[in-house]
Ligand binder design. Structure first.
Ligand code: NI
Length: 323
């Protein structure tokens, strides 16, 4: 079972709306809404602008399965609530529920740096709140008849887990880790800035790339910090950027790479622009990316800070601090 999460787009709204109005989902929800596609579009636009909520579509082996969300997210106070539902009945499983819940705690405590995560569940939805307890939550309150829906009152169980508790517990837990990175986060918000290509002869490579529709941006820069020459080229129609890097002396970082390629030009790194530069480095270190070249200014990109990190499975990446 491969579980991934992604942002909800307008194309998903009809499916999400049908899930949310289905009997198997609404019976455990605070409301039985009558939704429209127009209303859903407004909901999505409002949520995309709202820093206190985050929603993801859950995919199981690439098949849309349900929705997981954070609500009432208060980064400064270190708290949030969360919830989820699986709309595709055939994809519900205990294994999925455990992976979602435990990975969400990793995300909330490791990436968002929260202190406490809350849940509110109908008492009759016993499987779910008991799973919360099995995952390390405490039941902090139980309110009789807290939610009234179509004339029926429902008891609500309130659960809570703290960072301290989860960090102690998780070593003993087995779960498939799901990536919750979000466009608002240091890692999920990384945008590709350029592809770096190691070349032996700068002038010849520029000419060859110009023949492929690329246009040189500015002039060739000598980077004396790293002993390389650098030229940026932009695609004339689509606007992507590449960076050609040639050695300037024997001990440049691309010398070995080119030697191993018998001097044939070769992709060398992907550069990501990142808003929270230092935090991104810290998180990637935790994921076994090794810092090979620390945060130094790059003369070819207006002196903005860049860092290079290497991972056995990803190769070399470059991080560039956003303007
Ligand atoms: Ni680069």
């Amino acid at each position: 079972m491969g579980v991934t999460l992604r942002r909800i787009t307008e194309d998903d709204l009809e499916m999400v709306m049908n899930w949310r109005m289905s009997e198997s989902v609404t019976k455990y929800m605070n409301t039985n809404p009558k939704l429209t596609l127009e209303g859903q579009k407004k909901w999505l636009a409002a949520h995309n602008d709202d820093k206190t909520v985050r929603d993801w579509l859950i995919l199981v082996d690439s098949v849309p399965a349900g929705v997981i969300n954070l609500a009432d997210l208060r980064l400064s106070e270190g708290t949030t609530s969360w919830g989820y539902y699986i709309g595709e009945d055939s994809l519900r499983s205990l294994k999925l529920a455990i992976s979602l819940e435990m990975s969400l705690y990793d995300y909330c405590f490791d990436i968002l740096g929260l202190e406490e995560v809350h849940g509110q569940i109908f008492k009759l939805n016993e499987g779910v709140w008991k799973l919360h307890v099995a995952c390390g939550c405490e039941v902090v309150d139980e309110v009789e008849g807290e939610v009234e829906k179509e004339g029926v009152k429902y008891d609500v169980v309130h659960t809570s887990i703290t960072r301290e508790k989860w960090l102690k517990l998780r070593e003993s837990k087995k779960y498939d880790k799901i990536n919750f990175d979000c466009f608002n986060d240091p890692i999920g918000g990384m945008k590709v800035h350029h592809l770096g290509i190691a070349v032996s002869k700068m002038d010849d490579s520029i000419k060859t790339y110009e023949g492929l529709g690329w246009v040189i941006e500015g002039s060739i820069t000598d980077d004396e910090v790293r002993n390389v020459r650098i030229a940026f080229l932009k695609h004339g129609i689509t606007g992507e950027m590449i960076e050609l890097i040639s050695p300037n002396g024997e001990d440049s970082p691309v010398t070995e790479t080119l030697k191993s390629m018998k001097n044939v030009a070769t992709p060398y790194h992907i550069c990501y622009e990142v808003r929270d530069f230092d935090k991104a480095i810290e998180i990637l270190k935790g994921r076994r990316f090794v810092l090979t070249d620390g945060a130094k200014p790059a003369p070819a990109i207006d002196g903005r800070r860049v860092a290079f990190m290497l991972h056995r499975n990803a190769g070399l990446i470059e991080l560039l601090e956003e303007k």
